[in-house]
Design a protein around this ligand. Structure first.
Ligand code: SF4
Ligand code: SF4
Length: 455
């Protein structure tokens, strides 16, 4: 195959690794597996299936279930923690098949499943061998380590279990990278969760010895799943759990044939989640607009001068919250360090120092804000008064010992503001004033008592 320039494309890192390792043809002998790795005597799937909310008979669409293989590469497991806190939808509802139209998810997660060892890896083996009983998606947490580097010294960077894939069927540790490479060609979808898996993240920072890379770097730009889906990326360090479970549910609707392929941007991010900068929905955005900035953490104002990169970062955490709609960086006092971005972390260091480009915009904000803030304060004072108090010139509040009433100048200003506000109000009549009693308003004379004329 040649590319548009007429040259043969370089083999992807995934292809290079598989060429180095060669094919596998020996699997665990399941006949002799017995209860090894199953202390409870059952696989998680066998426990959950009977209590699934919808059975195969009642489910919409052709798929009753989809396997989800969760692998951890160069990872801190923060993505797993974030996802177990998701609520919209929750992991529990997905594995129980509680959403009409969404196939039941058979999750294979090293931390969450009951089984371990060969019993845990058996479905992954079956998927590699093409013998699994349902379609599968692969979820990668953590970046892909370049195992060709470690292979030279006979070691590995990060592994998931042992398989009889060595010479003559000898057991050897299987790297997460190898699992991903072997499972990708027949996966229904490949989903990267967290910034390490989506863009390389911290393990791929400058100076790392592992050659760490993202899932899309590993599989290459021509990768498509068996259903034609490129790598899906849900970034964040850690990501918002709901961002991930919602994306998985949307992809599953598509796999079920009940929905279109969700809209992704050119980097494979869910467009509806990452289309805006976090600044545009930040709870501190109005402070930026008015030119007031925090001098230290704990101040309520905009955090740009103590190191917030929000205006140039695609993220939705301020509107969605971190877990269960609550929390999230600037909502709770933290500055954005760009953790969802492909350039993270190298392009955002040193953390917590002012982004150089912010100087121009904060200077303009300060200039505009110096005019806008007093004007808003003036209107705010006016709007904080009942119309009755304006008429009577007194505020009946005991919360302030000496409640200052507006000065004569302020009253003139407020009246002028009211005129402006109502200048095109067609319901307004000349001289209309709220609260006038009949007879006080020249346009609304008091009704005269009825007279009876007698002749
Ligand atoms: S704290 Fe950050 S995201 Fe929020 S308004 Fe300031 S610069 Fe924008
Ligand atoms: S606001 Fe910034 S630091 Fe916080 S999650 Fe979003 S990208 Fe990461």
């Amino acid at each position: 195959m040649v590319d548009r320039e007429g040259t043969a494309p370089a083999a992807t890192p995934a292809r290079q690794l598989l060429d180095l390792l060669g094919p596998v043809d020996t699997y665990h002998d399941t006949e002799h597996l017995g209860r090894f790795g199953m202390p409870s005597g059952a696989m998680t799937e066998h426990m959950l299936e009977p209590v699934s909310a919808a059975t195969g008979a009642t489910r919409f669409g052709p798929l009753e279930k989809v396997h989800a293989f969760w692998f951890a590469g160069m990872s801190c497991d923060g993505c797993s923690v974030a996802v177990t806190g998701a609520t919209m939808p929750s992991v529990e509802s997905l594995v129980l098949g509680a959403h009409p139209g969404v196939p039941r998810v058979v999750l294979h997660h090293a931390v969450l499943n009951m089984e371990s060892g060969p019993a845990y890896l058996q479905p992954a083996e079956q998927a590699v061998a093409g013998e699994l009983d349902a379609p599968y998606v692969v979820i990668l947490e953590g970046s892909i380590a370049d195992e060709t580097i470690a292979h030279v010294r006979g070691g590995y960077w990060s592994a998931t279990g042992e398989e009889p894939w060595g010479p003559d069927g000898a057991l050897r540790p299987v790297s997460s990278t190898e699992w991903v490479a072997r499972l990708a060609p027949n996966a229904a979808a490949m989903i990267a969760i967290g910034t390490c898996a989506t863009w390389g993240g911290v393990p791929a920072a400058e100076g790392n010895p592992t050659g760490a890379m993202s899932l899309m770097d590993f599989l290459g730009k021509d990768y498509r799943s068996v259903l034609g889906v490129p790598v899906v990326n849900v970034p964040g360090c850690p990501p918002v759990g709901d961002n991930f479970t919602e994306t998985v549910a949307a992809v599953l609707y598509f796999l079920q044939g009940l929905g279109p392929l969700p809209e992704f941007d050119e980097l494979g991010r869910p467009a509806w989640l990452f289309g805006e900068t976090v600044h545009r929905r930040c709870v501190r955005g109005a402070y930026y607009e008015e030119g007031t900035f925090a001098e230290e953490f704990g101040d309520p104002e905009c955090l740009v001068e103590v190191g917030c990169w929000g205006p140039v970062v695609n993220c939705n955490i301020t509107s969605r919250g971190a877990i269960n709609g609550v929390g999230g960086c600037m909502n709770t006092g933290g500055a954005c360090i760009g953790c969802t971005m492909p350039g993270f972390p190298d392009k955002f260091t040193p953390f917590y120092s002012r982004p150089p480009g912010s100087l121009a915009s904060t200077t303009v904000s300060r200039m505009v804000g110096s005019v806008i803030r007093p004007l808003r304060k003036f209107s705010n004072n006016n709007l904080n008064r009942e119309v009755r108090w304006d008429r009577e010139g007194a505020t009946p509040s005991a919360f302030s010992r000496e409640h200052s009433e507006p000065s004569a100048l302020s009253n003139v200003g407020h009246k002028f503001y009211d005129k402006l506000r109502r200048h095109n109000d067609r319901a307004l009549r000349d001289g209309d004033v709220w609260g006038n009693r009949p007879g006080e308003d020249q346009n609304d004379p008091a009704p005269q008592p009825a007279t009876t004329e007698t002749t």
